[in-house]
Design a protein around this ligand. Structure first.
Ligand code: ADP
Ligand code: NA
Length: 327
């Protein structure tokens, strides 16, 4: 029997932050130890749905590759590739788009939110969930480890899989979200929002490549509240609770344990202690990123090997699809 396939992607829109690391990349690394075949994509086609600079994008593809490898993605245990290097993603996306109604996309919460944020939203931004469905289905993936924010999009992928199977013949299995411990890390500046690469204030996030002094400064400036003690209350005290969430995620401690350790400590001192933890956790990853970024030929070689492995699967699926469609 075919092993189950895992697929997930990350946009090369910047260096990943500790939210990406805790919420996604760490579980990607763990999944390499499972029985599943694991496929991870640097989804550059998705990152042109909003305006971007070509040279910056090119750099970001390299830095994302280096970051994923440094975090423990192992090209011998997984397929790591650049989405645009496998043109079948765009081809399948077109075919699936012809099975998707406009209202279905209009109802997606992310579209409602993003189309408000970007005044001249592109067709690409509108249809990107179809491309995401193509990313997943091209590999006949069944498990998709993504964050809480992606539920509706994975439901759309399952809908399009069913729509295709009904219209033309059974090709695609039903993909489901794989949610391990899904901790939502919040912005250090606006703890009501998630930490995101796209937040304009870079003090809202800690990037994997931030030097120790900057990490310390960002945590010092993290928004908390008027109480000076350290206690966990996600609704009443989102800022401090977010710091505790980060602490727990990086150390494996429980929130009670962190709070007990912090009895008598004020939030200012606690921020310093957390900075030590973050700096120490990131130190070996940062050393590895630096090393990898100094060897671009190696990164290119990894991506090219990933491209070949991904293409082998993608070509098979797409030729099946095309035949059924009538091409
Ligand atoms: P971003 O919003 O930072 O650009 P992406 O859309 O590239 O993040 O998401 C990459 C992966 O990281 C997804 O699986 C997403 O669910 C996860 N992720 C993103 N932000 C966070 C966060 N603040 N906390 C936990 N997981 C996150
Ligand atoms: Na595996």
């Amino acid at each position: 029997a075919c092993p189950e396939r895992v697929f997930s992607g990350i946009q090369p829109t910047g260096v990943p932050h500790i939210g990406n690391y805790i919420g996604a990349i760490r579980s990607w690394v763990q999944l390499q130890q499972s029985q599943c075949e694991v496929i991870y994509s640097i989804v550059d086609l998705h990152s042109i749905t909003v305006p971007q600079e070509p040279d910056v994008l090119r750099e970001n593809i390299f830095s994302m590759t280096a970051c994923l490898l440094a975090c423990g993605i192992d090209p011998d245990k997984s397929i790591l590739f650049q989405q645009s290097s496998v043109p079948q993603h765009s081809e399948l996306s077109w075919i699936l788009g012809c099975l998707c109604s406009i209202p279905r996309l209009q109802h997606l919460p992310q579209w409602k939110e993003k189309s408000k944020r970007y005044k001249d939203a592109s067709v690409g931004l509108f249809t990107y969930p179809i491309l995401q469905a193509a990313d997943i289905l091209l590999y006949k993936s069944t498990k998709v480890p993504v964050g809480y924010d992606q539920t509706h999009h994975i439901e759309l992928s399952a809908h399009l899989a069913r729509a295709f199977n009904r219209s033309f013949g059974v090709v695609f299995p039903r993909p489901v979200i794989l949610s391990g411990e899904v901790t939502k890390i919040r912005s250090l500046r606006k703890p009501q929002n998630k930490m995101s690469k796209s937040e304009s204030d870079s003090y809202g996030r800690i990037d994997l490549t931030d030097p120790p002094d900057l990490i310390r400064e960002k945590l010092k400036k993290a928004v908390t509240d008027s109480m000076s003690s350290v206690s966990y209350d996600l609704i009443g005290r989102p800022g401090v609770s977010n710091l505790i969430d980060i602490h727990c995620a990086l150390t494996g401690l429980l929130e009670e344990e962190v709070c007990r350790q912090c009895e008598g400590t004020d939030t200012g001192r606690y921020k310093g202690q957390l900075a030590d933890v973050v700096i120490e956790t990131l130190q070996p990853i940062q050393a590895e990123i630096k090393q990898l970024l100094s060897d671009k030929p190696y990164l290119l070689q990894i991506l090219s090997k990933g491209q070949q492995k991904a293409t082998d699967i993608a070509e098979k699926t797409l030729s099946e699809v095309k035949k059924l469609v009538g091409f």
